[in-house]
Design a protein around this ligand. Sequence first.
Ligand code: ARG
Length: 478
Amino acid sequence: MAVKSKTRPPRTSGGKPWGGRFSGETDELLEKLSVSVHFDRRLAPYDIRGSQAHARMLGQTSLVSETESRLMIQGLEELKKRVDGGAFVWDPKLEDVHMNLERALTELIGPAGEKLHTARSRNDQVALDTRLYLLDVSRLAGSELRALRSALVEKAEADGLEAPMPGYTHLQRAQPILLAHHLMAYYQMLSRDQERLRDLQKRLDRMPLGSGALSGTGLPINPRLAADELGFARLSENSLDAVASRDHLLEFLSFGAILMTNLSRLAEDIVLWCSQEFAFAELPDGLSTGSSMMPQKKNPDGAELMRGKAGRVIGDLMALLTVVKGLPMSYNRDLQEDKEPLFDAADTLLLVLPAAARMIAGLSFNRERLYAAADDPYAPATDLADHLVKRGVPFRRAHGEAGAAVAYALKKGVALADLAPDEMARFCPEAAADVMADLKLEKLLAARSAFSGTAPRSVRRQIKAARKALLAEERRAA
Ligand code: ARG
């Protein structure tokens, strides 16, 4: 394999592949400003895969000989081993992952390596690499997100169907709900995140090779061959767009920012539930941390970090939006700034999603506390009004009458359901004699049986539909 290179790299600009028209060295400050290899080397596996497809296509279209094409493909395979094994030596003077790999290939296989960049620019190359990377990351994030949704469904079904809890608006007790309903609300939110991800994956499926630096290439290439090898269904239709656009990255970051924002709300609920004030739930020791000073403490740091890391991903989205905003057509070097936010967001999602699933599975709920809080003395106020509506009272008036009964009970210091029949009749003259039976917690819950409500029957239907959807999604992904 080790054919010694007979090629001499240009001596100008520190021997950079683009050094031909330059004399002298690159200013070391520009050198520092330009270098990206310390972060874009993460793209090496995709760069190599893309280059192998390109090299094969160059052979198939006779732009290089069969032998040269084979040499390039094998050489790139060897470089892949070195990269994977940590033996590859990255040279910051060669700026980025693309020039490092190309130079190493030429050193490895000789002059054939100098043909790799035929009909290609780093502009379409980097566009391809980030697409391949994003396709991979999206698949991974998709399966982690499905696992988290499935953890929510499991928990809802196992612990939530017989667990009434207070539902809140304004963080004030509002109406009783089932814990399963609360957990399934997050399932629904995250299902839309999953949909957004699926949708953006469609738009990732475009192969930009052939776009060259910006205008395409005059050489008789066949990008369809490379696209087939790389598994792309479609080619980019406009070379300027292919090298200039980053909206597919912005879409991924938007998806990530919205998902993390949703997760931060779930995290906040966990934090609240685990506080002594609520004491609705506890995280297992393995998913909690202690205090270095206060020996009694058990803190939900994991949930707090899940909440806090939303800030990073929102920041990543803002960073890239700001970089891309106002850039003239087509490629501009500013676009090199797309990678760090992208990697950061992807890493964060792939870290947080499985941790969130673990937290959901690990939560143990305190049924008695949940029940006691759900059985709030004034929680049945809406149901009292509904009771009156069923007996022909217009809702606005029913609301007023029930409100007056609540005010009276509050003043007297008793629960709504503990008002004597004559007291009830004073405020709600249309109430039936057995109105109190309608105000029992189980009744309140069962009554919410309209399609999206919290009645056990409706929530069971929701869980069943969720299981079916997850199964279908998993089949499609496999
Ligand atoms: N490292 C560059 C980037 O990430 C590769 C493309 C460089 N293109 C150029 N015309 N200088 O964008």
